[in-house]
Design a protein around this ligand. Structure first.
Ligand code: ADP
Ligand code: MG
Length: 263
């Protein structure tokens, strides 16, 4: 683990919904938590990362809204998950209003970065902080991109995969220029790959031709276990460790750690 940047903050972002951001946030966080201390912040008002880790809507107290808008200290917002080394700040019910409320606030794009910087010993006690973004490029996602060291962009392996991807890559470039020069494109992750469908391979080749080595070697297959696990409030490795989905996310965790050492 490089001590240069501890914690390493990674945002899962893509303005398209249903591409695997939340599934990747939950399962990558879980795999990294095998050997590291990890924090997951649920920045999507849908709260799927919270539910998927067993933190039901009804049982949620304050969360990322309180962190961003009210300035509640991080230490008051951490909740445990079924994974020993993984803590969560859930999406609270007010989070849907945050996009609108943040507009009028001071430091509106920087509030998450400042919130994490407000308690260096606590933030620094985590090796990784993962940020699960909503499917939009509004202020919640901007806050994530400003607070992050790297962005991981999940891309569904389907015919129109490259369509719309320039929106997120251009946003990353703009944030780099204006707000967070250190931001890196951590990688493009191909998700929901269907090996029985030739189209998946063609799309994967197309995406690799375009983004070259920015595309991670690990590809996440389409796997029903990944869809079932969240309804049990579990990451896939605790639901069915031998499933292709669990194995793929284990490989992704190893690749992310490998790439980390190289940079
Ligand atoms: P996002 O957060 O980008 O909106 P999700 O991670 O919530 O996307 O995924 C959208 C839907 O697709 C969810 O129902 C999820 O369970 C399912 N899903 C995600 N990844 C896979 C996969 N590799 N195989 C099968 N289903 C998946
Ligand atoms: Mg999501």
């Amino acid at each position: 683990m490089p001590d240069r940047a501890r914690p390493r903050v990674i945002a899962l972002a893509n303005q398209k919904g249903g591409v695997g951001k939340t599934t990747t946030a939950i399962n990558l966080a879980t795999v990294l938590a095998t050997d590291h201390k990890v924090l997951l912040l649920d920045l999507d008002p849908q709260g799927n990362a919270s539910t998927g880790l067993g933190v039901e809507r009804a049982g949620r107290g304050a969360g990322t809204y309180a962190l961003l808008v009210d300035g509640t200290p991080l230490v008051e917002l951490l909740v445990p998950t079924p994974v020993p080394n993984l803590r969560l700040v859930p999406a609270d019910s007010d989070l849907a209003g945050a996009e609108v409320e943040l507009v009028a606030m001071r430091d509106r794009e920087h509030r998450l970065r400042l919130a994490l910087a407000a308690d260096p010993p606590l933030a620094g006690s985590f090796d990784f902080i993962l940020l699960d973004c909503p499917p939009s490029l509004g202020l919640l996602t901007l806050n994530a991109l400003v607070a992050a060291h790297g962005v991981l962009v999940p891309l569904q392996t389907e015919f129109f995969a490259l369509e719309g991807v320039s929106q997120i890559t251009q946003t990353i470039e703009r944030v780099k220029r204006a707000l967070n020069p250190g931001l890196a494109l951590e990688g493009i992750l191909l998700t929901m790959y269907d090996r029985r469908n030739n189209l998946s391979e063609l799309v994967a080749q197309d995406v690799r031709g375009f983004f070259k080595d920015k595309v991670l070697d690990t590809v996440i297959p389409r796997n029903i276990r990944l869809t079932e696990a969240p309804s049990h409030g579990l990451p896939v490795s605790l639901y069915d460790a031998r499933s292709p989905g669990a194995q793929a996310y284990a490989a992704l965790g190893a690749e992310v750690l490998r790439r980390q050492k190289r940079t």
